[in-house]
Structures are given as C-alpha cells and as structure tokens.
Design a protein around this ligand. Structure first.
Ligand code: L14
Length: 348
C-alpha cells in the first residue's frame, strides 16, 4: 500500500516560524509530493534546503495555490487575510498560524492533544492558537478532564523570538551596546507599530501586542478568549498578564488554577501529568529539577514543574509551564494538525 502524498505550501517560508515548519516537516517525514515555498517579494529567490534538495522561495500570489493540498501560513495576519481565502478556493486546506481567523466561529482552533475532533468541522481554514495559549492548554486539559477547571490566572515570561527575527537581533545588539556603554535606539519592541519603544536588554516589558480598551493587551485577550474556545468552556474564568523577557526562545508561564474537586493531592496531579500526551513532567524540588527555557529549546514537548497546592485554597494549585514557542507554540503544533488531518482522512 502506498501512502498518499500531498502538495504542501509554506507561506512565510523565510520567517522564524516558517523555517521551523520546513524543518519539522522534514524531521517528521510528512508525506510530501511537492513542497512550494512562498514569501513576500522581498524574500523571493531565497534558496532553502529540504531533504537534500534546494527549493527556491517564490512570491506568494493567489495563483500560487493551484494544485496545493495543504497550506501552512505564518507570514502575518495581513497576508493570511489576503491569501488564505484564495488557497481555500483552489481546494487547499489552510492551517493558519496568525491571529487573523482564530476567533471566527467557522474556524476550528486546534491543539491536537486537547480538541483534535474539532478538525472535522473545518470549512477550509484551521487556526493554530497563540503560542502562550497552546502550551498552557496542553498542560491544563488533563486537569480539566480529571477534576474539572474553574479558574486560571496566568503570568507569562515570553521570549523575544515570538516577535520575529528582527526583535531577536535588536535584543542581541542592545545587550552588546549596554555592556560596552554604547547608545542604542529600540525600534521593534514592545510592538513595532506602537508609538513608543523600550529596551528589552536587561529589562522586563509588561506589554505584548497593543492595548485594548479594557486595559488588557491583545496578547492577554488572545490567551483568555482562545483558552475558552479550545476548551469549549465559555464559563471558565481566565485572566492573563503577558510579559516579555530577554530570552531568545522558550516561553515560561506561572499558572494558578482552581479545580472543581477539593481532595486532590499534588502527587495525583504529578501522576496525571506524567502520563499526559505531549507533556513532560520535570518536578523534583529536592534535586532542583524544574523546567527552564534553555532546556526546552528544540524540543516538541510542554514541560511542567513547581507544582504546589495553594496554602489557602485546597482546590488551588500553582505550576510553571515552559515550551519552545517556535515549536509546540507554532511550527510543531501546525505540523501536528497536518498529521491529524491526514490520519483522520480529512486531508485527502
Ligand atoms: O498571536 O510577539 O500568534 O511574541 C504570538 C507571538 C503574536 C505575537 C500570535 C509575540 C503571535 C507574539
């Protein structure tokens, strides 16, 4: 029996996430007959190696999707809004890694360990959630299933690579400038398009994405709204504070949860998470074992540690969740969605 092979397109092929998508498709040996790499006109012509072959990146246009079965988008929300409908018109299934369609009712928002079944309801576009949301729901869904979940309060410690390669360069050059006593002018962080810019080197910036009327940032609202949608629980209480730290890759999160059950021990939660798909438990305080971004980089899993029971509320637990924001937070989750689509025979 020969395995069905697919014509796959990657949009945003030269970006930080696009590069990881190509690498992940190669490592997972996803069944590809043709790989089409697309980008803005600026990056067109770049050569990228895939399975020992050189593939030339082409400018993305509506006609680029003729014959494409699966298109992975990660070139910014504007490009997705402009080109994803064209890809769908040409018969492709789109997995979109931007915030353009995530909250659309017609668009499944999927973390395979949590809600793979939602893929069946797709109308052409499937959204990959925000990186901070993905690692949190992957770790918390097992608790929800086993004990019920009432409330989540999360503070993030987010890496700079989420904001793109330019932001990483800015952090490195700034760090060097600070150490050498030179001047520097931030341009990319916290948000390229906002009025003011602040240094990330040796700093912590409590702003990721633009502010909304309610005082939360758009990144915080993404975590709040996406979590309710993925977990199919509009009543779930979620609050988030998103902070950028001078870390290149790997988001960390301090999470407080309240479960419905009043008689669950830390040991039971450890046991549960040590058997959860996509989750690796790293929780041994006596031996100083806990997750850290430097250890999570390059790995597909979500790492959980520092699990403690709240001192005032028996149903409250604190934990620390770390994952590679470019992998489970983006490229790997998208490729995992593609694998699910093929396994469920939705992609044919
Ligand atoms: O919503 O700047 O997919 O780190 C996630 C990374 C938005 C930007 C998303 C960042 C992006 C965010």
């Amino acid at each position: 029996m020969s395995v069905k092979q697919f014509h796959v397109a990657v949009v945003g092929a030269t970006g930080a996430v696009g590069q990881q998508m190509i690498k992940t498709l190669e490592e997972r040996d996803f069944p590809i007959s043709t790989l089409t790499l697309l980008s803005s006109s600026r990056s067109a012509g770049t050569k990228v190696s895939f399975k020992g072959q050189e593939v030339t990146v082409q400018e993305a246009k509506p006609e680029s999707f003729i014959g494409v079965d699966l298109a992975l988008f990660s070139a910014g929300g504007g490009i997705s809004k402009q080109l994803a409908p064209a890809a769908v018109r040409h018969g492709a299934i789109v997995v979109d890694n931007t915030s353009a369609f995530r909250m659309n009712e017609d668009v499944p928002l999927v973390v395979p360990e949590v809600n793979e079944r939602d893929l069946n309801d797709h109308k052409g576009i499937i959204a990959n959630p925000n990186c901070s949301t993905i690692q949190m729901v992957a770790a918390l869904e097992p608790l929800k299933q086993a004990y019920g979940l009432n409330k989540i309060i999360v503070s993030t410690y987010q890496a700079v690579s989420g904001a793109g390669a330019n932001a990483v360069t800015e952090m490195k050059e700034q760090s060097k400038a600070v150490l050498e006593g030179q001047d520097h002018t931030p341009e990319y962080l916290p948000v390229k398009g906002d009025k003011k810019h602040y240094p990330i080197a040796f700093n912590a910036i409590p702003q990721i994405d633009m502010f909304e009327e309610n005082g939360f940032t758009f990144e915080e609202m993404k975590m709040i709204n996406e979590t309710k949608k993925i977990m199919h629980d509009a009543e779930l209480e979620v609050a988030a504070t998103c902070v950028r730290l001078p870390i290149e890759t790997g988001h960390a999160e301090s999470v407080y949860v309240e479960i419905e059950s009043d008689d669950v021990s830390v040991e039971q939660i450890r046991e549960l998470l040590s058997n959860a798909p996509g989750v690796t438990l790293q929780d041994d305080p006596t031996n100083q074992v806990y997750p850290m971004p430097v250890d999570a980089v390059g790995k597909p899993d979500v790492f959980v540690g520092r699990i403690r029971q709240d001192l005032d509320r028996k149903n409250g637990f604190h934990m620390w969740i770390v994952s590679d924001n470019l992998l489970k937070g983006a490229a790997w989750n998208s490729v995992q969605i593609a694998e699910s689509l093929a396994a469920l025979n939705i992609l044919k």
